[in-house]
Design a protein around this ligand. Structure first.
Ligand code: ADP
Ligand code: MG
Length: 698
């Protein structure tokens, strides 16, 4: 039997040391196993033969059978080309080559039966086929009459004489060699139960399917396997951790929580907020350590849920801490909390990078002796000098702004890890959450506080300033406030800043009589704060800003969000920005200003924004448009790197099946110790060797 994994590719007939080096350098193909798992990126149906007289210039690929009547060199210099007059007995078509003339004439012969494959086109008023594939008709390989695989190659490989066809030859040779069955990598009982095809069949058919159905079955089996092993690892890791770490038991919901709920809560909680708080209470009371992801659209009221969860920790004699990604946001949480809790005997403090000296020391002391109940802060709270007396609960706001490592650091602040609630307004599609945050339970706030009117989103080209300004003026005259946001991208910081300055000046000119704040990343924090506060307090009516305002600021009186150069923002970001308005009871507007010429993708993004306010829908669309590799959080985890076939955007259902299957397998055999599961161990160990960082995924 062939040992695919250790059989050097250079020993495959037709490869040899030179080509082996190219394959290794360019495609990371070192062994027969690597070649087996280098899948074609497409197949072309070669089951049908056409007659020459049927060919038209708009056909994609066609295949004809016949003989070359004569060769002829036409044209001069760079236009020099080789023409072969080809006939199937009913008509004549020209095959054309612009290079490799010598090779063609010496390689192909007159009056010999060939199968010619290529794309017909019109040239000099006649149908012809340029650079066709030609195979001797009597040498039909097993695939020539089925679906033909196409493999990606690199320029360097092509220069070294290796193209898709060469790879096709190699895989064909490999399968001829491999009479033996390729050993199964999933337990047989799963293959049977799920009606999957065997690995052997799947691998043969993913390269050489006889029809589309065989190809689909092969892909399904291989995709499932990819997803299944990821899920098996995540579920195992998650269960293991739950066993190892005991969570604090917050059994009491007492004076503080109830007192706040009855006497200080300024409004009725939404149904979704109530449900989520119940989920959190249950988690924190049951003895396991809570690790919960709270997803809720911008403005859905996550802050209040965070606060009330923290009060449960306080009721049980513990401290709580909330961490935000920016100073502005941390400050705003601090103000919100102190306002909500006014009149209650709770000490809240703010710790950011700008808190220094005596003030800082006082906070550190207060945390250590337990006098401070709630700490609000930025990354600054992660520093080693920050020690709590008894930290029982941590909230991480806008979790996508933090790395997994930072989340983990909060655990070490205690003997036992505190309960952790991570919150995000950038909804992560379910399929991605299951892969990235496999060990997090997920709560969702899918309801906005009552009385909010859906934001109206409009698209406007940037040459129509006057109508834009008249709309803004109308809102300003009604006493409302307006955001105008400019993109800020590192590479062109100077240009962006100039755009912002120009825009600011234009607004000053065209909207005289209104006060305008200006905030951007190049300003000193103190300056920024002055400008922000002027807007928050209503002293200024317009805030011109770069994306520093993206997360969290809350100005319910603001009713218009103008996003300049909207084509330069991603969907998630546009949605975040839009969420800054629509926080009061009046109608709000989001105006996406773009240049006139837009790519198809950008148009799609703008269209999605004008059609829906639903963050989850937008996140799904984003995943489909960009692919999971580009979404925040996926890159570090390497998840997209591991998936050769499965696509998180498209294969959601299969992922669900993989997850459920993994859970069932582990319910039944937690240690995978049964002999029927031997194969699982073997595969898991192998995946570990392939350097997948499971810790980073969960
Ligand atoms: P986000 O989920 O984006 O963090 P916030 O927590 O900032 O949203 O809440 C947005 C606004 O809605 C705040 O002004 C908050 O006080 C208000 N809010 C929260 N919950 C309710 C509720 N149940 N009823 C009315 N307003 C609420
Ligand atoms: Mg928030």
């Amino acid at each position: 039997m062939i040992d695919f994994e250790h059989h050097d590719i250079k020993f495959l007939p037709g490869v040899g040391p030179q080509r082996a080096k190219l394959l290794a350098d360019e495609m990371q193909i070192h062994t027969l196993h690597d070649l087996l798992y280098t899948f074609p990126y497409k197949h072309i149906d070669r089951t049908r033969l056409y007659y020459v007289h049927e060919l038209t210039a708009d056909m994609p690929y066609v295949q004809i059978r016949g003989q070359i009547l004569s060769f002829e060199v036409e044209g001069e210099g760079r236009k020099k080309r080789l023409v072969a007059h080809f006939t199937d007995g009913r008509g004549i078509v020209d095959l054309i080559w612009f290079n490799g003339l010598k090779y063609i004439t010496s390689h192909y012969h007159l009056r010999t039966d060939y199968i010619v494959f290529g794309r017909p086109s019109m040239f000099n008023g006649r149908i012809n086929i340029a650079h066709p594939d030609i195979d001797p008709a009597d040498e039909l390989r097993l695939n020539t009459m089925g679906l033909q695989p196409y493999y990606s190659t690199t320029e360097k490989m092509k220069r070294g004489g290796l193209n898709s066809r060469s790879l096709e030859h190699f895989t064909a040779t490999l399968f001829k060699l491999a009479d033996a069955v390729i050993p199964e990598t999933l337990p047989q009982y799963l293959v049977d139960a799920l009606h999957l095809v065997s690995l052997d069949e799947a691998l043969r058919h993913i390269h050489y399917p006889n029809n589309a159905e065989e190809l689909r079955k092969a892909q399904l089996r291989l995709k499932f396997e990819e997803l299944f092993y990821i899920q098996l690892n995540i579920v195992r890791y998650m269960r293991d951790r739950r066993q190892k770490y005991r969570g604090y038991v917050f059994s009491r919901v007492g004076e503080i929580f109830n007192g706040f709920y009855q006497n200080f809560l300024p409004f009725e909680l939404t149904g979704a907020q109530k449900r989520v708080i119940r989920e959190i209470r249950q988690d924190m009371g049951c003895g396991k350590q809570m690790n919960r992801l709270l997803q809720g659209d911008v403005g859905s009221g996550k802050t209040l849920v965070a606060l009330m969860s923290m009060l449960i920790a306080l009721d049980n004699g513990y401290q709580a801490c909330i961490m935000a990604p920016t100073e502005i946001l941390a400050e705003q949480h601090y103000v919100t909390f102190t306002n909500f809790l006014k009149g209650m005997p709770i000490r809240v403090e703010l710790l950011t990078g700008t808190v220094k000296g005596k003030r800082r020391q006082a906070i550190l002391d207060g945390l250590e002796c337990g006098e401070i109940n709630i700490l609000v802060g930025t990354h600054a709270v992660l520093e080693d000098t920050v020690n709590f007396k008894s930290l029982g609960m941590v909230v991480i706001d806008e979790q996508h702004r933090f790395g997994v490592a930072q989340r983990a650091r909060m655990w070490t602040k205690n003997e036992n890890p505190p309960h952790v609630l991570v919150m995000t307004a950038t909804p992560i599609p379910r399929t991605l959450a299951m892969t990235l945050y496999g060990d997090l339970d997920v709560s969702i706030i899918d309801e906005l506080p009552p009385g909010r009117k859906p934001i109206q989103t409009l698209h406007q080209y940037d040459n129509r300033r006057e109508s834009l300004y008249s709309g803004i003026r109308k809102q300003l005259n009604e006493g409302r406030q307006v955001y105008v946001v400019y993109p800020l991208i590192k590479e062109s910081e100077k240009m962006d800043l100039k755009n912002l300055e120009d825009g600011y000046e234009q607004l000053c000119r065209d909207l005289p009589g209104y006060k305008i704040s200006k905030v951007h990343g190049k300003m000193k924090p103190a300056e920024k704060e002055v400008e922000m506060n002027a807007f928050v307090s209503g002293e200024t009516q317009i805030l011109v800003a770069t994306t520093v305002i993206e997360v969290g600021v809350n100005v319910p009186n603001a009713s218009v969000m103008v996003i300049e150069n909207a084509e330069r923002f991603g969907l998630a970001q546009l949605h975040q920005l839009r969420g800054r308005v629509g926080r009061g009871a009046d109608q709000s507007y989001c105006i996406l200003v773009t240049k006139y010429e837009l790519s198809a993708d950008t148009r799609k993004r703008i269209q999605i924004m004008t059609e829906t306010n639903d963050g989850f829908e937008i996140a799904e669309a984003d995943l489909k448009l960009r692919g999971p590799g580009d979404l925040e959080g996926t890159q570090q985890s390497g998840v997209s790197f591991m998936l050769r076939l499965a696509n998180l955007a498209r294969d959601g259902q299969l992922l669900q099946l993989a997850r459920e299957t993994a859970e069932k397998v582990l319910d039944d055999d937690p240690m995978c110790a049964a002999s029927k599961n031997d194969i699982l161990w073997k595969q898991l160990t192998k995946l570990k060797k392939e350097n997948v960082n499971w810790g980073a995924i969960s």
